[in-house]
Design a protein around this ligand. Structure first.
Ligand SMILES: [Zn+2]
Length: 343
């Protein structure tokens, strides 16, 4: 197995993780859908056109309770420890195809790494309570404003759930929920993967950042693309950015790919340093010696594309009517944690 095969396997697994994330995001959205129904009912059960301060406050208190109990359910949906075990096992399986005597980090070690993971510097649990508080605050403000303006029930409800023309405060909640779930999945998965690389540091020289180079790639990720570090996070030759793990931001689909040691024959160079130099990447034309997502996808069979996207969307993709972003979004055919485990 070559280093290219190794990277392809890691990227295939990354697409699986995007599909898992799509499934987990849908679960969080389902809870918010139920919350929407509850809030609609609460609004409808009160005669707001004629409501006094006390009635409005009582309604807001009920809504606060509904929002808090809905958001309390979301963090428990994703089993980050189980996810980290699956990712570590899969990563080890992939390495095993290429390298001798591969080992897996202990479940205890993975548990401590993925317990209340940090997203953008704050624990996931704190992000979720912030989301609940934010929605509570906005709900109270929108309802009070609507009542003050003498709006109808339909108008006040639209402030919360949105209408044809105007998004409601719940639209922001939904978007943020998806971002947080995606970040939690990717953070836990990447930590488990790095830990597995470290555990097998005898064979792994470091990591290389691989960005999904589509039209939506942000400047931040485009700049990180191809940058490489050793397993202690020190920059390898040619790298200017400080070490970090994906995700770099909300909805980031970048992958940290392994750099195997001792593959001189593949790279046709002698010294290790030379081999580890991140090759110059050309994303539009010209030769590319470092791996790219596009090249990876070109190497995959139509059957693989169909497995990821489902039949209909695969046809569109193969006909050039869907973008790289559609393929890597994971939304084509979401995977559950159980399905991911048995793949
Ligand atoms: Zn990214």
């Amino acid at each position: 197995m070559s280093e290219l095969d190794l990277i392809d396997s890691i990227l295939r697994h990354s697409l699986d993780l995007q599909r898992l994330s799509a499934h987990e995001e849908a679960q969080a959205l389902e809870i918010l859908r139920q919350l929407e129904t509850e809030l609609r009912q609460l609004l409808a059960s009160n005669d707001l056109t004629d409501a006094g301060k006390r009635e409005v406050n009582a309604l807001i208190a009920d809504a606060h309770e509904a929002i808090a109990s809905s958001y309390a359910q979301i963090p428990g949906l994703l089993d980050t420890h189980e996810l980290s075990l699956i990712v570590a096992n899969r990563t080890a399986d992939v390495l095993r195809d290429a390298l001798p005597s591969v080992t897996i980090p202990s479940p205890e070690r993975l548990a401590s790494l993925t317990k209340d993971i940090l997203i953008d510097g704050a624990p996931a649990s704190a992000w979720w309570s912030r989301q609940a508080e934010d929605l509570q605050f906005k709900f109270a403000a929108q309802v009070r404003q609507g009542v003050l303006n003498g709006e109808s029930l339909a108008q006040i409800t639209a402030r919360v759930v949105g209408s044809e023309d105007e998004p409601g405060i719940l639209d922001t909640s939904r978007r943020n929920a998806r971002s947080l779930v995606h970040s939690a999945v990717m953070t836990a998965a990447n930590r488990a993967r790095l830990e597995t690389y470290r555990k097998n540091g005898r064979h792994i020289a470091g990591l290389r950042w691989l960005a999904t180079l589509d039209s939506h790639t942000c400047m931040q990720c485009a700049a990180l693309d191809g940058q490489a570090w050793n397993l202690d996070g020190d920059k390898l030759d040619g790298t200017t950015a400080d070490f970090q793990l994906p995700p770099a931001h909300f909805a980031c689909r970048c992958v940290a790919t392994p750099i195997a040691k001792g593959l001189d024959d593949i790279f046709g160079t002698t010294g290790l340093d030379e081999k580890l130099k991140p090759a110059v990447r050309a994303s539009s034309s010209g030769p590319t010696s470092a791996p790219t997502f596009e090249a990876f996808l070109e190497r995959q069979s139509p059957e693989f594309v169909e497995e990821v996207l489902g039949k209909r969307r695969a046809e569109l993709y193969l006909a050039g009517k869907l973008t790289l972003r559609d393929l890597v979004s994971g939304a084509g055919r979401p995977l559950t944690l159980d399905e991911l485990r048995t793949r």
